[in-house]
Design a protein around this ligand. Structure first.
Ligand code: ATP
Length: 237
């Protein structure tokens, strides 16, 4: 059973912009899959469609075989959005427990899972500190931990390292890799070929709402010369 299946996915926004056109994609269970494309390619639209944040114009989304808008499918997906959007009045622990409650966990379950996430993401020293007092790296780690609270089978990371410096990028990569090693399927969007190459076993190139190619990083480098690849990614380092 694939983790994610998109069939004929099309999104036309109210102003007529077609952000995704007849998009087909199948991501196997356990994959570390990258979506690589320039600004405006349709990456965030695709994620929003999978996470039921927008209404799709046509097509179908299935998550582990279930319709994407079903309760089961929703409970299987975790999203770490591109922008940091933490509640400034909640501590690290409260942020996690609150999110667990949102996904129907009992208080006790949520507290236990939050303690585990705090350990995994090395946030013990900051557990009772409110979000605005965290460093940039700690905020990103908390955002990741929050996305994992309800034990999603498919984790979507929307440009998890956009705008972060080299050191922090390496640090975040370590956490993300660990997550995948534990069996979680990952869909990551990025502008950076190096990031996709470093982490993903397969990459889809997307531009203008269409799938240009799907291959391993090596395969893409063989198929495209550096100039054509440079049109769809941004050099990161
Ligand atoms: P970035 O890398 O800059 O985040 P992206 O690949 O995520 O880009 P999207 O944000 O999905 O791309 O945008 C795809 C297209 O849809 C763009 O042309 C964008 O301007 C347009 N678009 C996105 N959201 C809306 C909206 N709410 N209304 C109208 N057009 C939109």
């Amino acid at each position: 059973m694939p983790a994610l299946e998109l069939r004929g996915l099309t999104k036309r926004y109210d102003d007529g912009t077609v952000a995704l056109r007849d998009f087909d994609l199948v991501i196997p269970d356990g994959a570390f899959f990258g979506l690589l494309g320039p600004n405006g390619a349709g990456k965030t639209t695709l994620i929003s469609a999978v996470c039921n944040l927008i209404r799709i114009t046509a097509g179908e989304v299935r998550v582990f075989g279930e319709p994407g808008d079903s309760l089961l499918a929703r409970s299987w997906v975790g999203l770490a959005e591109q922008d940091i959007n933490l509640d400034r009045f909640l501590t690290v622990r409260e942020t996690l427990v609150y999110h667990g409650g949102y996904f129907g966990m009992t208080k006790r379950e949520a507290e236990e899972r939050a303690a585990e996430m705090i350990r995994v993401f090395d946030l013990e020293a900051k557990a009772d500190v409110r979000a605005p007092r965290l460093s940039g790296g700690q905020k990103r780690r908390l955002q990741l931990a929050r996305a994992l609270m309800h034990r999603p089978r498919l984790v979507i990371l929307d440009e998890p390292t956009a705008g972060v410096d080299f050191e922090l990028r390496l640090e975040l990569w370590r956490y993300i890799r660990k997550l995948h090693e534990n069996g979680t399927t990952i869909l990551l969007t990025t502008h950076y070929l190096e990031e996709a190459e470093e982490l993903c076993d397969e990459i889809a190139l997307i531009r203008g709402g269409r799938l240009l190619a799907r291959d391993t990083a090596d395969g893409l480098r063989e198929r495209y010369d550096a100039d054509s690849l440079a049109e769809v990614y941004v050099k990161a380092m």
